[in-house]
Write a protein that binds this ligand. Structure first.
Ligand SMILES: [Mg+2]
Length: 234
């Protein structure tokens, strides 16, 4: 008898489960570091998609020659600013087909979990703000990037924590692909962030779909076809 392998989908949040904030939102990181240092910093760094919170905060601290030890204070300030913003009514929108995709995965006995550059606090705020119930995700199987300077730190942590599970990452940027490859986790790309289907085809994604609404059947079939970890390559 063959042991049943658990399949876990590691969902990216920004640009994948939820549309990116229309207002940008990049200045929140800058303000978090200002809060942590207690002084104003000029000029802010340009915004970058697909970077972890940890990486963005680290780059701001470095650009202003601030002590790396301020990182924890900056994370706490970022969480607090995000909570303030959520309380003030800032809302994301759920990307098309996400609710149905989560249901379809759960119906197959697969686990829905998160792998994101956000902190757990910010992930929860963004999901509940958008009306996507955070309890749809298995938080014990989820991985966050508020301290990761590189996204691969998160994917490697996921692979190490869940060695026997069939993992797949669904994300919206080439950075998700690079991090997935580093950990040997297959990547499925969805073009609901800033990258187009054509741009995402340049990555190593096993499948690229425009949205989960249009591509759900293909995504489910691609996940079904993934080998279990440790299985010999065909
Ligand atoms: Mg993303």
């Amino acid at each position: 008898m063959r042991a049943v392998t658990t399949t876990t989908i590691l969902w990216d949040v920004d640009g994948t489960l939820l549309f990116n904030a229309a207002s940008g939102g990049g200045e929140l990181y800058h303000r978090a570091v200002e809060h942590a240092t207690g002084r104003e910093l000029h000029p802010p760094l340009p915004r970058a998609h697909g970077k972890t919170d940890g990486q963005i905060l680290h780059e701001i601290l470095e650009a202003f020659e601030l002590a790396p030890e301020l990182h924890d204070d900056a994370v706490a300030a970022l969480d607090a600013l995000s909570a303030e913003r959520a309380a003030a009514g800032d809302r994301r929108e759920i990307a098309p087909g996400i609710a149905e995709a989560l249901d379809a995965a759960a119906a197959r006995g697969w686990m829905n979990a998160l792998l994101t550059g956000n902190s757990a606090t910010r992930s929860r705020l963004k999901l509940s703000g958008a009306g996507l119930d955070p309890e749809r995700f298995d938080w014990a199987r989820s991985f966050f990037g508020d301290r990761a300077r590189e996204r691969r730190e998160i994917t490697l942590a996921a692979r190490a924590a869940l060695p026997d599970e069939r993992l797949v990452i669904i994300g919206d940027t080439p950075r998700d692909d690079v991090a997935a490859v580093a950990a040997g986790i297959p990547f499925i790309a969805v073009a609901t962030g800033v990258y187009t289907v054509d741009a995402l085809r340049e990555t190593g994604a096993v499948l690229v779909v425009p949205t989960l609404a249009e591509g759900l059947d293909a995504v489910l079939a691609a996940i079904e076809a993934l080998p279990a970890p440790g299985a010999a390559a065909a």
